[in-house]
Ligand binder design. Structure first.
Ligand SMILES: NC(=O)c1ccc[n+]([C@@H]2O[C@H](COP(=O)([O-])OP(=O)(O)OC[C@H]3O[C@@H](n4cnc5c(N)ncnc54)[C@H](OP(=O)(O)O)[C@@H]3O)[C@@H](O)[C@H]2O)c1
Length: 258
């Protein structure tokens, strides 16, 4: 079996269905049932022993199949939400999708490219970087009222800078700001601190978690870093399990409405 051949283990497909999932099959598995209902999804990967990084980054945990699903999830959202720590660590560029993905989006009623929204209290982001300079859609920076004035001025030249709290970005204010812009399908690519903020106030609707078939063994972070608040154990429902080689791609949804 090749590494990027993806099969569906659960729920079982009909015996007549081909083994390998097509991009159309995967898009159906990751699309919202009703795009007019706001939804917050996160996509993460960790090792068998629960580390969200290997050598300080998530990239070495990944494989072509996981990258394929990562890209397809971008294709079915309105906004890609990422914490500034991940933008800095992973060297993010502009949020520009491949031409076929952009064409698919237009044909299916989405904007050509998703909006890139970055969460940062410090505003330690380079306005000259590709994230902003090459963006096909003006990015959004979700920050705090206490952020420094000169960094705010510089970033305001290249992005919409929105306050969503005094010293910490409050997820409720963040989501209200995105909803006000018609960005209802939120796709969060990390990192652990941002996911911790979302989980702490119980606004995560869906989690796509890939289990990379490797042991990391070190002191890497979990996919959720606690940022102070904590919720009671939140049960989630298993939507599907996919298999690519020895890699498992799972998706869970919240079991009770927000
Ligand atoms: N395994 C995976 O799927 C995965 C996914 C993504 C990232 N990662 C890894 O995670 C590591 C980064 O971890 P991280 O926890 O630092 O990532 P992060 O959550 O992306 O970044 C943390 C930073 O984001 C900003 N931030 C997040 N939540 C905030 C809030 N509620 N209010 C204000 N600012 C907020 C702050 O930025 P400022 O410092 O600018 O104020 C904070 O320092 C990297 O090694 C990356 O490779 C792994």
């Amino acid at each position: 079996m090749t590494q990027d051949l993806i099969r569906q283990l659960f729920p079982a497909r009909s015996p007549e269905a081909p083994d390998a999932l097509t991009d159309a099959d995967l898009l159906a598995l990751y699309s919202a049932a009703d795009r007019s209902v706001p939804r917050v999804r996160a996509n993460f990967i960790n090792s068998i022993d629960g580390s969200a990084t290997a050598g300080g980054l998530s990239g070495r945990l990944g494989a072509p199949a996981d990258k394929r699903v990562f890209d397809l999830q971008r294709q079915v959202c309105d906004v890609v939400l990422v914490g500034a720590g991940t933008v800095r660590a992973e060297g993010y560029g502009a949020m520009r999708l491949a031409p076929d993905a952009a064409a698919w989006r237009v044909a299916n009623g989405f904007a050509e490219h998703p909006t890139f929204a970055i969460v940062s209290a410090s505003l330690n982001l380079d306005p000259a970087s590709g994230v902003f300079a090459q963006a096909p859609v003006r990015p959004i920076v979700l920050t705090v009222a206490s952020a420094g004035a000169s960094r705010r001025r510089a970033l305001s030249e290249v992005a919409d800078v929105i306050d969503c709290g005094e010293t910490w970005v409050e997820p409720a204010q963040l989501l209200a700001a995105l909803t006000a812009r018609g960005l209802l399908q939120v796709h969060c690519e990390g990192g652990p601190s941002l996911l911790g903020s979302l989980v702490a106030v119980d606004v995560l609707d869906e989690l796509s978690l890939t289990i990379s078939p490797a042991l990391e063994g070190g002191a890497g972070p979990r996919i959720v870093s606690s940022v102070g608040g904590t919720i009671d154990l939140q049960p989630m429902l298993l939507d599907h399990v996919l298999l690519a080689g020895s890699m498992l791609l799972t998706k869970y949804s919240r079991s009770a409405p927000r």
